[in-house]
Design a protein around this ligand. Structure first.
Ligand SMILES: CCCCCCCC/C=C\CCCCCCCC(=O)SCCNC(=O)CCNC(=O)[C@H](O)C(C)(C)COP(=O)(O)OP(=O)(O)OC[C@H]1O[C@@H](n2cnc3c(N)ncnc32)[C@H](O)[C@@H]1OP(=O)(O)O
Ligand SMILES: Cc1cc2nc3c(=O)[nH]c(=O)nc-3n(C[C@H](O)[C@H](O)[C@H](O)COP(=O)(O)OP(=O)(O)OC[C@H]3O[C@@H](n4cnc5c(N)ncnc54)[C@H](O)[C@@H]3O)c2cc1C
Length: 647
């Protein structure tokens, strides 16, 4: 097929879409102008010959990949500075360019500067005094220094109160002495710590006047700014007094300690990254479902009717049931992420004025939304990979690497189970408040309404599904609360009772989160529909209904246990699901086109806009050095002697 011709199947798919994908693009970007801005920004980076992939980095050594990534990260940074000089670079650009999809396309092998922007700078902004911000932020933005966030140790990642690195204040010299006294206290995992960063925020147990005040953040220089050689010593390293970030907890020069308004303010950066992860997980999922949907429109296989030619695999209802819920999940996580980002900004500004009331609810929501979005996006990406059969397994499909990036999210920034238990902690208190008639915060208000009524009869609407999911969540919260208290009444101490009930606590947390996501998604679509064309509004509504129906059908056991749903209602839900898959089918390619993901970011022969899958696959494998010569030298070195010896 000559280059740049459009695959006929995709041509037909694009003709049958009921709405203009550009309208969806503008909606997701926040308007036509924003789309144009984004496209220009992408072009500015992706068209740069120094950044485009000549040979796939799959064939580089680990060391070469690192050096390649550093080179490109520096080019990206200089280009961001050019944007800044034109007044075009703001926080959003950095997020786009240094993280997100554009970043992961340009820096396929990771971004050695990622942690510098994602955690080092935000920690100084969130934990440093005004003076400390003035001292460090501009140097960091201008890359005069490169930082990382060194919290996790060989022996501790989750339980940060158990971290062993110490920072002991020496009033005689007005310095802190940092020490990682044991093998398990060595900082381990921080991105960039090995060879890139020359500074770190080190999270350590603060000791002053013989008292341990818990974990606090300290700036430590790791490498000489000129030679990049590691600073002398890694035991009893001395740093100046003002290298402790003191916006919250403080140590005065005489060594006396001033408590933070809340010890949990030290954990602030982790909330920020969890909030960012929700949106990033959604974006990686939409890249994967774009690849799998376009591929499924081009791939012909088997028969639906013996008399007809091999159909597009997108016409198999099972294939639709694999992919369309992923389309819907992208929107669900996108709108939940947007809602959480708003709440984060509001609560953070309240914290600035000492208002801590909403921090616990933000923490609880950030925990469960990070956990559910990372897990669901990872599972959705794996479903997309499997839906592409053998070609989905190839690394050039981009699906395995995308899956790897997102499963990491399940672990970092708080391992999922641990975070779901954090939310469960909040829900147990909320249920107790509900029983005691105490006021409830907005995200758990539904506990009151669910307690008062045992659910209405089935009707084919998302509000009925939301009420059912809230009923399931309340039921699981009540069950966990009751089981835990029954154990305590039987003499089990509260910590053991918590641990013994933790399976149900995690499940209650997940159910609460799913109910929150469906409701937030529905409310977002309700707000949007009146402002878009009737066709796009219908498509967005169908996707929202699909997310709700499919999520509920994956939970039939709980639905039967905690509501008065009948088997007849379940049959109606199954029929509704099938109707929605059929309704979405003609728009599937149009929806992914609406994501407007540049082919260079898709980076997959299965998902290119023109749909020339086989030509692109073949071109891709031809790039492999292994295919440069017809006979590989291993034949003469090893195989031939072996064969000879048999003769
Ligand atoms: C501008 C450019 C941008 C570029 C963009 C790029 C985009 C790319 C995007 C993304 C790439 C990201 C790449 C990052 C790579 C990964 C980085 C890392 O992994 S850094 C390490 C993370 N490590 C953890 O997260 C540890 C997890 N563990 C914990 O958080 C804690 O240990 C926890 C919460 C599990 C237990 O901590 P306890 O033992 O001190 O707390 P308890 O006793 O359980 O609770 C005490 C009270 O504290 C509250 N609490 C706990 N954590 C809180 C928090 N974070 N905020 C507020 N309250 C909290 C609790 O709700 C509880 O409150 P009550 O007592 O119930 O009222
Ligand atoms: C790609 C990547 C990048 C990272 N980058 C950084 C970084 O830049 N800076 C940094 O400081 N760290 C970083 N980390 C470390 C990361 O934050 C930790 O790995 C993460 O917090 C999990 O902690 P852990 O490894 O101790 O796991 P563990 O907590 O040991 O988890 C192992 C198992 O124990 C279970 N478990 C632990 N505690 C509990 C509990 N209370 N209740 C029930 N189950 C429990 C977990 O659920 C899990 O199943 C990174 C990790 C990865 C994978």
């Amino acid at each position: 097929m000559p280059a740049n011709t459009m695959n006929e199947d995709l041509k037909r798919e694009r003709q049958r879409c009921s709405f203009d994908p550009k309208e969806l693009t503008y909606l997701l970007d926040g308007g036509e102008e924003k789309t144009e801005e984004r496209r220009q920004r992408e072009k500015f980076f992706l068209d740069d010959p120094e950044l485009s992939e000549t040979a796939p980095s799959d064939y580089l050594s680990h060391k070469e990949k690192y050096e390649h990534a550093v080179k490109k990260a520096c080019i990206v940074f200089k280009k961001v500075q050019q944007l800044q000089a034109q007044g075009k670079a703001g926080m959003q650009n950095f997020r786009e360019v240094l993280g997100g999809q554009l970043g992961s396309a340009i820096l396929r092998d990771g971004n050695p500067l990622g942690l510098h922007y994602v955690m080092f700078i935000p920690t100084i902004m969130g934990q440093g005094t005004i003076e400390q911000q003035a001292e460090w932020i501009s140097k960091a933005w201008n890359l005069e220094i490169i930082g990382t966030y060194a919290q996790t140790e060989l022996g501790h990642g989750t339980f940060i109160r158990g971290l062993e690195t110490t920072a002991t204040y020496d009033p005689a010299t007005e310095e802190f002495v940092l020490n990682s006294p044991t093998l398990t206290s060595y900082k381990w995992w921080p991105g960039g710590l090995g060879h890139t960063a020359n500074y770190a925020v080190v999270v350590a147990q603060l000791y002053s006047q013989g008292i341990c005040h818990g974990i606090h953040p300290f700036i430590v220089q790791l490498r000489d700014e000129e030679t990049h050689l590691p600073m002398p010593g890694f035991e009893n390293v001395r740093i100046p007094w003002n290298y402790m970030l003191m916006k919250n907890g403080k140590v005065l020069k005489d060594g006396s300690y001033v408590k933070s308004p809340s010890s949990k303010l030290t954990y602030g950066t982790m909330i920020f990254v969890r909030v960012v992860i929700v949106q990033d997980a959604a974006n990686y999922l939409r890249k994967a479902v774009t690849i799998a949907t376009r591929y499924s429109a081009v791939r012909h296989q088997s028969h639906i009717k013996e008399s007809a030619p091999e159909p597009q695999i997108l016409d198999f209802v099972t294939q639709q049931h694999k992919l369309f819920p992923q389309l819907a999940t992208y929107f669900a996580l996108h709108y939940s992420g947007a809602w959480l980002w708003d709440m984060y900004n509001n609560v953070t500004s309240e914290l600035e004025s000492g208002e801590l009331d909403r921090l616990p609810e933000l923490h609880a929501l950030a925990c469960c939304l990070k956990a559910v979005s990372a897990a669901d996006a990872a599972q959705g990406i794996e479903t997309c990979r499997l839906a592409c059969g053998g070609h989905g397994y190839m690394s050039c499909s981009s699906l395995p690497i995308t899956y790897g990036l997102v499963t990491a999210m399940v672990t970092y920034e708080g391992e999922n189970t641990v975070l779901l238990l954090q939310t469960a902690r909040y829900l147990m208190k909320a249920w107790q408040n509900c029983l005691d008639g105490q006021p409830l915060t907005p995200s758990v208000q539904y506990l009151n309404s669910v307690r008062r009524s045992f659910g209405g009869v089935y009707h084919k609407s998302v509000p009925w599904i939301i009420a059912s999911m809230q009923r399931i969540a309340a039921g699981k919260i009540e069950t966990a609360h009751r089981h835990m208290n029954d154990k305590i009444k039987r003499g089990v101490n509260s910590e053991d009772a918590w641990n013994e009930t933790s399976i149900e606590l995690v499940a209650a947390s997940e159910a609460h989160c799913k109910a929150f996501i469906v409701e937030t998604y529905y409310n977002s679509v309700q707000q949007i529909v009146p402002s878009v064309s009737q066709q796009l509004g219908k498509a967005l509504t169908e996707l929202c209904e699909l997310y709700a129906v499919n999520t509920l059908l994956k939970n039939i056991g709980d639905l039967l246990r905690y509501s008065n749903v009948t088997t007849g209602d379940l049959e109606n839900l199954q029929r509704w699901l099938e109707e929605l898959l059929a309704a979405i089918r003609p728009n599937a390619v149009g929806i992914v086109d609406g994501f407007d993901i540049n082919d260079a970011i898709i980076a997959s022969p299965l998902g290119a806009y023109d749909g020339n899958v086989y030509e692109r696959l073949f071109a891709e494998v031809s790039k492999s050095p292994l295919n440069a010569k017809p006979v590989n030298e291993s034949f003469h070195k090893y195989l031939k002697p072996l064969l000879k010896s048999k003769m």
